[in-house]
Design a protein around this ligand. Structure first.
Ligand SMILES: *Cc1c(COP(=O)(O)O)cnc(C)c1O
Length: 220
């Protein structure tokens, strides 16, 4: 099933979004066994994203095929040390302190995305769009950090027009900063339920768990 899901997704995800950009598929691997993750990689997954530092560490050396490693979860400052040097992209930099810690621990440039909270839901982390530009400027000054774009999680809703409005707003914000900084080009937006809408609205990186692995078993 995993193999079939990956193959179908690779076929279905458009090669480029309406902005002419390649769409990168990141497999969200939380709670998955290394066996399942390796099956997904063998079927064509090139990028994997963890949410939990402990899982990232436990599985790190068992993962085959040398995929790109993303960290997509909420990150405690005191755990950054376990990820530096092993993470290709940090998606969820949601506060200055975290960026400072990544910069301090990194021996070479670490690539990060700023997490933005576009819906204003209190349960979600991230900078409000009104504070994100200031955060971008501050974090960009840190010596070992390269801010390469935005990550967001849209609300869990079937309201397509709301999702489109929020996704379009996020893309517009990316483009605003990108005018001055061409490297600010990654928009990580879209999960199993909303990725099609997100790609249509200008996402170029989607994080899929359920669509690849099926429903998660949280009891394991
Ligand atoms: C779990 C998770 C995903 C994937 O969610 P699905 O709905 O299973 O595709 C994407 N992004 C983040 C940050 C996640 O925690």
């Amino acid at each position: 099933m995993i193999e079939e899901n990956v193959k179908n997704l690779i076929r279905e995800i458009p090669a480029t979004n309406p902005f002419g950009e390649k769409v990168t598929l990141v497999a969200a691997v939380k709670f998955q066994s290394t066996e399942n993750i390796n099956r997904a990689i063998a079927a064509g997954i090139t990028d994997i994203g963890d949410n939990h530092v402990q899982e990232f560490r436990d599985k790190y050396s068992e993962i085959q095929g040398n995929p790109k490693r993303h960290f997509i979860g909420r990150l405690q400052t005191n755990k950054v040390k376990y990820l530096v040097g092993k993470t290709d992209l940090y998606h969820s930099v949601d506060r200055l302190k975290l960026a400072e810690e990544i910069s301090k621990r990194s021996e070479s440039l670490s690539r990060v995305l700023l997490e933005v909270n576009v819906s204003g839901e209190e349960s979600k982390g991230g900078f409000g769009l009104d504070e994100a530009e200031k955060a971008y400027l501050e974090i960009s000054k840190l010596p070992n950090i390269k801010v390469v774009g935005l990550m967001t999680m849209l609300p869990d809703t079937d309201d397509e027009s709301l999702l489109r409005a929020l996704a379009t707003k996020t893309r517009a914000f990316l483009d605003k900063i990108r005018e001055k900084d061409p490297d600010f080009a990654t928009l990580s937006m879209g999960m199993s339920g909303d990725w099609r809408i997100c790609v249509e609205c200008g996402s170029n990186m989607i994080r899929l768990g359920t669509a690849i692995f099926g429903a998660r078993n949280y009891n394991k």
